[in-house]
Design a protein around this ligand. Sequence first.
Ligand code: TXA
Ligand code: MG
Length: 339
Amino acid sequence: MKTKIIEIDGIAEAGEIIRAGGLVAFPTETVYGLGADAMNGAAVKRIFEAKGRPSDNPLIVHIADKAQIPLLAREISGDAEKLINAFMPGPFTIILKKQANIPNEVTAGLDTVGIRFPAEETAAAFIMAAGTPIAAPSANISGRPSPTRAEDVISDMDGRIEAVINGGSCGVGVESTIVDASGDAPVLLRPGGVSLEMIREIVPSAYADKNIMKTASDDERPRCPGMKYRHYAPKAQVVVVEGERGAVQDKIKELLSENTGKVTGVLTMYGNVYDSPVMICGGSSNKEYAKNLFAALRDFDKLGAEIIFAEFCEKDGYGAAVKNRLYKAAGYNIIHCEK
Ligand code: TXA
Ligand code: MG
């Protein structure tokens, strides 16, 4: 099977592929998703095969109209309704008790379902064209950085899926914020473009799961994405160097001089003051850093970097989302620099 690249004017065809039980990768404002008809268990099963994804890791169901929510979820609390009104459409996924008609393949046998309404117009047009909710994880091979460009989807998925819709680069660049609103107080399971502070302005009782930055033991069912499985990893080794600008730069210079035998890379936030064969600018704000992070990790691989030093400073609302992805990409290999 050759994977077809569909341009924006070919969305009707993408909808037909979904209705026929096929797989189509599509752009959203966060990352590219790998979609199938959420009501077709056999089609959804193919997503897991294409990605090499463990079957106990549930998928998010994408909608293009809030009227679809009660068809997928039940027992929607007042707090859940407030969050839906505040953050959907947008880079936000809400976990609710599921309706019985959702196939088990989507929810990995859980009693809950994750629902997301992307704000990106191409995504919404695609979901409308399919005429059904779309189950989709990120469109990468399991364990690789999420794709934020159509070419990244092709490099992982060529020959494994029917088509990809080319929508250029994703604006947010990291996956959606996930909030479990199926219990009493809403719980933040994954930080993203919607921060915990923004969520607390709407529902003050919301809190972050204590395991958000940790790995769960292997026998536990994953609650936060990435808790159990290695996520966002490029082929190169990643080391996060965080703290104040001058101290971070001095430390990275020292690390570069200790690693001259390797092809080194630096992902910068503070500007290029280094002598290293590979250099990529992440961006000076965390919002820019989020947009560029996954593409940068893939580009380091293409450029042959063997070890990457990533500058980091948690300085704005996107800081938690970037930190979560960066720490995981680094396998928690972090150097904290004091002034
Ligand atoms: O921005 C995004 O969220 C992108 C785009 C395509 O929408 N999707 C995405 O999916 O990044 P991904 O690969 O992270 O997979 C969905 C994640 C899983 O890791 C899973 O842990 C979590 O969502 N999830 C889905 N349903 C869940 C549920 N019922 N309970 C807890 N977590 C759930
Ligand atoms: Mg993913």
